[in-house]
Design a protein around this ligand. Structure first.
Ligand SMILES: NC(=O)c1ccc[n+]([C@@H]2O[C@H](COP(=O)([O-])OP(=O)(O)OC[C@H]3O[C@@H](n4cnc5c(N)ncnc54)[C@H](OP(=O)(O)O)[C@@H]3O)[C@@H](O)[C@H]2O)c1
Ligand SMILES: *[C@@H]1O[C@H](CO)[C@@H](O)[C@H](O)[C@H]1NC(C)=O
Ligand SMILES: *[C@@H]1O[C@H](CO)[C@@H](O)[C@H](O)[C@H]1NC(C)=O
Length: 332
C-alpha cells in the first residue's frame, strides 16, 4: 500500500511542527509541510526529519488547493497574533473606525474559510481534517464576552465549516488547544514576578476551573494522531497534557525551583502602565475573565478529553519535568 499523505499547515510553527515531526517518524506516512517560505533556515531540521516543504499561503486560496492535492489528512492552524503585529492591520482599523483586534479576527476567519474551501475540493482523497481551534466565548458567555477575539475567530470559522460543508464536516475533528506552558515567555505580564518578601507571583485566571496546560511542540502531534485514528470524526478534543489548577501549577513550580509562590488574578494595571494599547488590554482581560468564569472550553458538553479519544497519555509532557527543563535563570 502506498504511504498516506498528511498535509500540515503551520509546519514551521509550534503546533504544526509537532504534527509534522511526529508523522515523519511514523511508518506508512508522508508529510507535506506548508510554509510561506520553504527556503528559510528554520525549514532545514524539518526537511532533515523527512518532511517535504511546499510553499503555500493561507491568504492565497489557489496555493492551498495545490497544497492539498492528494491529501489523506490535513492539519489546519491559523495565527491570530501575527495580525496584531502588522502595520496594515492598524491602518485598516483606523480607516474602518474599528479596533485592530476586530480586523485581526476578520483576517483570521478569512484564512480559516480559505482552508475550508480548499479542503472541500479534495474530498475524494481526504479522510480527516483536524482543525486547531478554540471555544466560542461570545456564545458560551451568553454574549457577555465580546473581546476575546483570538478565541472567537477560530470558533466562528469552525462553525462556518459545520454549517456550510456537511460532507467535509463528516470528516472533520476539532482540537481546542490549551494554555501553552511557554506563555510566560511571550508576554511581560506573564513572567513570574519576585516580591519584596522573596515570594513569586504568577498571574493567572481565577475561578474554579482547571487549566488545560499543554506543551505544543511536544504534545500537538499526539493529540492530532488520536483524532486521526479515532473512527468517529466530528470530535472536539480539549488539547492538554495536564488539566490542573493554577494553584497546583504554582505549587509544582515552587517545589521544583525551591521558592515560595502564589497565584494572583490580576487586572491589567501593569499592562496599562507598560503602555499596552487599550484594545489589547481588553482582549487579554476578557480572555482571563472568560476562562475564569466559563472555563477554557466554555463548558461545552461536546468536548472530549485526551484519555477519552485514545491519546497516548504516557507520551504527553509532564508539567513537572517541563518546568525542570526550562531555563528560569532570568526570572530567579
Ligand atoms: N498561546 C496560547 O496559550 C494558545 C493557546 C491555544 C491556541 N493558541 C493559538 O495558536 C495559534 C498559533 O499557533 P502556533 O503557536 O503553532 O503558531 P507559531 O508557532 O507562531 O507559528 C505560526 C505558523 O503559522 C504559519 N503561517 C502564518 N501565516 C501564514 C500564512 N499567511 N500562510 C501560511 N502559513 C502561515 C507560519 O508559517 P510561515 O511563517 O513559515 O509561513 C507558522 O508555521 C494562534 O492563533 C493562537 O491564538 C495559542
Ligand atoms: C456533529 O455533532 C453535533 C453534536 O452532536 C451534531 O449536532 C452534528 O449533526 C454532527 N455533525 C456531523 C457532520 O456529524
Ligand atoms: C515529550 O515529553 C515527554 C515527557 O516530558 C518526554 O519524555 C519526551 O521526550 C518529549 N518528546 C519530545 C518529542 O519532545
Amino acid at each position: 500500500m502506498p504511504d498516506k499523505l498528511i498535509v500540515v499547515l503551520g509546519a514551521t510553527g509550534l503546533q504544526g511542527g509537532s504534527v509534522a515531526r511526529l508523522y515523519a517518524s511514523l511508518a506508512g506516512w508522508r508529510v507535506r509541510g506548508i510554509t510561506r517560505n520553504p527556503n528559510k533556515d528554520s525549514c532545514t531540521p524539518l526537511r532533515e526529519a523527512g518532511v517535504e516543504l511546499v510553499a503555500g499561503d493561507l491568504d492565497d486560496p489557489a496555493s492551498l488547493d495545490r497544497a492539498f492535492e492528494g491529501a489523506n489528512v490535513v492539519f489546519a492552524v491559523t495565527d491570530f497574533w501575527q495580525f496584531i503585529q502588522l502595520p496594515s492591520t492598524h491602518q485598516k482599523a483606523a480607516e474602518q473606525g474599528r479596533e485592530p483586534n476586530q480586523v485581526a479576527m476578520d483576517l483570521e476567519i478569512q484564512q480559516g474559510k480559505n482552508i475550508i474551501h480548499a479542503a472541500a475540493k479534495h474530498l475524494s482523497t481526504l479522510q480527516r481534517l483536524v482543525v486547531s481551534t478554540l471555544s466560542d466565548s461570545e456564545k458560551w458567555s451568553g454574549g457577555k464576552i465580546t473581546s476575546n477575539l483570538h478565541f472567537d475567530g477560530k470558533a466562528k470559522y469552525t462553525q462556518y465549516l459545520k454549517d456550510n460543508f456537511p460532507d467535509l464536516a463528516r470528516k472533520s475533528s476539532y482540537l481546542q488547544m490549551g494554555y501553552y506552558l511557554s506563555n510566560w515567555k511571550s508576554m511581560a505580564g506573564m513572567v513570574p514576578k519576585k516580591q519584596e518578601d522573596g515570594t513569586f507571583v504568577l498571574m493567572r485566571s481565577g475561578g474554579k476551573h482547571l487549566t488545560p496546560y499543554v506543551d505544543p511542540p511536544n504534545d500537538t502531534g499526539y493529540l492530532v494522531k488520536a483524532l486521526v485514528e479515532v473512527k468517529e470524526a466530528n470530535t472536539t478534543l480539549l488539547g492538554y497534557c495536564e488539566l490542573i489548577s493554577n494553584e497546583k501549577y504554582a505549587a509544582i513550580w515552587g517545589k521544583v525551583l525551591g521558592v515560595k509562590v502564589r497565584t494572583e488574578v490580576k487586572g491589567m494595571e501593569d499592562a496599562k502602565a507598560a503602555g499596552l494599547p487599550d484594545f489589547l488590554i481588553r482582549e487579554v482581560s476578557e480572555s482571563i475573565a472568560y476562562v475564569s468564569t466559563w472555563g477554557w472550553d466554555g463548558g461545552d458538553p461536546e468536548v472530549k478529553h485526551p484519555k477519552d479519544v485514545g491519546v497516548e497519555m504516557e507520551k504527553l509532557t509532564k508539567v513537572e519535568e517541563w518546568i525542570r527543563r526550562e531555563d528560569w535563570s532570568g526570572v530567579l
